[in-house]
Design a protein around this ligand. Structure first.
Ligand SMILES: [Fe+2]
Length: 327
């Protein structure tokens, strides 16, 4: 299937993935996981909403946990390059008849919430309150030493259309998985704005749903240490996949599930992609090294379970791909 061309002058400038807002059913239980075990820093707590960040982030929050009756993903957030880009984005979504609204969000400046053509809930902002630089306050490092939110991965039922739409917004494809043969369809795609492998990845499947959000960590050793901690503190079942080395992205990884089932990845050691002529790398959907370079397939839950966007119906994928699933 056709690969999108790189677009270097998009209608507005998204600079990177920024934050995610999750509905959780028990704030204390979630904080025991994200703060107490994973080591994220609680920057503020207002009633039943907690705002967390990682040590490299000077922005107020990259993870917002809101108490709710049922788990869901409220929205994923991207930072844009200027205030003007927010207005350009509003114009873009209005022209296409897509839902868009300026909203007041705590600790953020002007914020535009939009619904993409596939039902995904997104917010765009330029300014967020800044907080103390923690990167070299090593005494504050806990858990997996998460440094910064790196990317989102979403289940997309109309994968080619999603790839084409986000390419129009300037997301450049770095790697993709494809069925073999002359009529092979794209099964998954990794697309970036900030210059590493991705800000946003698409996985063919029932959606729209958030598959996972990922934090970048300094080294694979941080991930291995987290495995030891989780295995010995009652979170054995929360380790879903890994640790391992991805073929795609070359990153060392671990996927964990929070108490409500939301999936987080810890991710280390991918590579730079900012060259304008960086060509997308193709992987066959039947190549076992694409998921894990060492050959271990992902479990069925990894292909089937995700976090729905609040209030957003989900659809079956247009097609079912012949992915390799662990027995
Ligand atoms: Fe990921």
């Amino acid at each position: 299937m056709p690969l999108p061309k790189h677009v270097f002058s998009p209608p507005f400038n998204i600079v990177r993935s920024s934050h995610v807002v999750l509905d959780v059913t028990d704030i204390e239980r979630s904080l025991a996981f994200y703060e107490g075990t994973l080591g994220l820093i609680v920057e503020d707590r207002v009633g039943d909403t907690a705002f967390l960040r990682a040590v490299e982030e000077r922005q107020h929050h990259s993870l917002v946990l809101r108490k709710s009756a049922a788990p869901a993903c409220e929205r994923i957030g991207f930072k844009v390059g200027s205030e003007e880009d927010i207005d350009k984005a509003a114009t873009f979504f209005k022209a296409r008849g897509l839902r868009h609204a300026f909203v007041d969000v705590p600790y953020q400046g002007r914020t535009l919430q939009v619904t993409d053509p596939f039902g995904m809930q997104i917010e765009l902002y330029f300014t967020m309150e800044k907080r103390e630089r923690l990167l070299q306050l090593y005494g504050r490092y806990q858990g997996v030493h998460a440094q910064r939110l790196d990317h989102f991965n979403v289940f997309s039922p109309e994968l080619q259309d999603a790839v084409d739409f986000y390419a129009l917004l300037g997301f450049r494809m770095t790697e993709y998985t494809e069925e073999d043969g002359a009529t092979g369809r794209i099964v998954a795609a990794w697309m970036h704005r900030k210059g590493n492998v991705h800000d946003l990845a698409f996985t063919n499947g029932r959606g729209p749903r958030l598959h996972h959000f990922a934090y970048w960590v300094p080294s694979p050793l941080n991930i291995i240490h987290l495995c030891d901690v989780m295995a010995s503190t009652g979170y054995l079942e929360n380790m879903e996949r890994g640790p391992g080395r991805h073929g795609i992205s070359n990153a060392f990884f671990l996927y964990v599930r929070d108490p409500d089932g939301h999936r987080t990845e810890f991710y280390s050691s991918d590579y730079q992609t900012m060259d304008p002529d960086h060509d997308a790398i193709r992987w066959s959907v039947r190549d076992p090294r694409r998921q894990t370079l060492w050959g271990q397939p992902a479990p069925r839950t990894w292909f089937e379970e995700g976090s729905a966007f609040a209030g957003t119906p989900v659809r079956d994928a247009l097609f079912k791909a012949d992915v390799i699933i662990a027995a």
